[in-house]
Design a protein around this ligand. Structure first.
Ligand code: ZN
Length: 429
């Protein structure tokens, strides 16, 4: 009756000791003590079982290129852009495919099975798009990869920006991207959004814009993106990535802006690791954090999710394919340390991202796809605190990755022989 049963699971909503039955690639039962047996059973031993993690904002064409052709010595955004410009003419399809597949292996081991990647379309060779379309196909059995046509050097600012973006969409990229704050003028930025939303409406595609990734409080392209979303009837299909200028905007202006964004059903994607690393760079002290207004946007009913943006590339030398690391940083940067806050942060890494990405059959309910992860932690709050080992990753009812639990062995007189950080250090009260 079941292909696989995961027994004794703690669910993200707080239910404990639950059995989850999987059959035919779907979740077909969620209840206490399923009486039947299955071809295969896993005892989750009271650990958290969650739907897989999602990353709605990544750059898979740049990942794992750290050190090519040289290191970013200043660690700044501008040197990162310069470095990417040096590397881009040297990119080959083979190397791009190899790095992306290797990154996807890491992602699977971290329980990250849904990724939206921007793909730089600035080089008219479009070797990036060619490579990532192949990767999307090759990883499809285990990772859902969405590809955004992203004019990194500007839709208008780059010589071939307009035609290259259209050609990349013709090659099968899924989503229309843009970077209005990087166009030559505010007005060109505004016009780029109008053109990009029109392309999305004509082609029936979603939109995901690198929008206002700056500390300039007058960078107000999100206002235009919101208006164009409504004008073209794209409600719910548009994502504003970064939105860091909102951090620095005038409060009165924001009090008008946020309800308009909610009306247009803008999906907000913050990138806490990159935002805290790259924003506020022109400040002395005090230094702004730069991340967009996450709690206020959530409060207003907007769908807020978090992306990783980078792992080991010209912009960011850190990263490990771990979305819980992203959530951990979000808690700190947004100062969302309360219990309900942390639950919202976990949602931002899972169900909210799934909504942003328009995933079908995602979730932990009967009828959803049989995609699950088992973590070495008791609940979502502990998962965010510990960034624990993903003990098992299940895709379409099959185990596709396993990791041994992290157990520390101790050799201390009068102290325990071993510790399990996910079990021995839970809250006392
Ligand atoms: Zn990005």
């Amino acid at each position: 009756m079941f292909d696989l049963i995961v027994r004794n699971a703690n669910l993200p909503d707080g239910r404990q000791g639950i059995d989850i039955g999987l059959a035919g690639g779907k979740i077909t039962a969620i209840e206490k003590s399923l009486p039947v047996s299955a071809g295969q059973e896993i005892d989750a031993t009271g650990r958290l079982v969650s739907p897989p993690l999602c990353d709605p904002h990544f750059h898979m064409d740049a990942t794992l290129s750290l050190g090519l052709p040289r290191m970013n010595t200043s660690g700044t955004l501008l040197e990162g852009i310069a470095l990417w410009g040096e590397l881009r003419p040297l990119l080959t399809k083979e190397a791009l495919v190899e790095r992306a597949l290797r990154y996807c292996d890491l992602a699977v081991s971290q329980g990250l099975l849904f990724i939206r990647s921007h793909v730089d379309t600035s080089d008219p060779r479009l070797v990036t798009a060619e490579a990532l379309v192949e990767v999307r196909e090759r990883v499809a059995p285990y990772i859902t990869l969405q590809l955004v046509a992203f004019p990194q050097d500007g839709y208008y600012r780059a010589a071939d920006g307009e035609t290259s973006l259209q050609r990349a969409l013709d090659m099968g990229l899924d989503i229309v991207g843009g970077i209005p704050h990087f166009e030559r003028t505010m007005d060109e930025g505004r016009r780029s959004l109008e053109a990009l939303c029109r392309i999305a409406a004509d082609r029936g595609l979603p939109v995901d814009i690198h929008c206002d990734e700056t500390d300039d409080p007058l960078s107000r392209h999100i206002e235009t993106l919101t208006a164009e979303t409504v004008r073209f009837g794209l409600q719910g299909r548009v994502a504003g990535s970064h939105l860091t200028s909102m951090h620095s905007m005038d409060n009165y202006y924001v009090s008008k802006l946020i309800p308009l964004m909610a009306e247009a059903e803008i999906n907000v994607i913050a990138n806490p690791l990159i935002n805290i690393m790259l924003q506020g760079r022109h400040d002395t002290y005090p230094k702004r954090r730069g991340m967009t207004r996450v709690p206020e946007l959530m409060q207003a009913g907007l769908n807020v999710s978090f992306g990783q943006d980078c792992t080991m590339d010209p912009w960011y030398s850190m990263g490990s394919g771990d979305m819980l690391e992203v959530g951990h940083m979000a808690i700190h940067v947004a100062q969302m340390g309360g219990i309900e806050d942390k639950k919202k942060i976990f949602d931002a890494l899972t169900v909210n991202s799934a909504k942003t990405m328009g995933l079908e059959g995602y979730g932990l309910e009967v009828g959803c796809n049989a995609d699950l992860i088992i973590l070495q932690a008791a609940d979502v709050i502990e998962a965010l605190r510990l960034k624990p080992t993903r003990l098992a990753v299940i895709k379409s009812g099959k185990i596709i990755s396993k990791s041994a639990p992290r157990i520390g062995e101790l050799f201390l007189d009068g102290r325990p022989a071993s510790i399990d950080p996910g079990r021995d250090y839970v809250p006392a009260g």
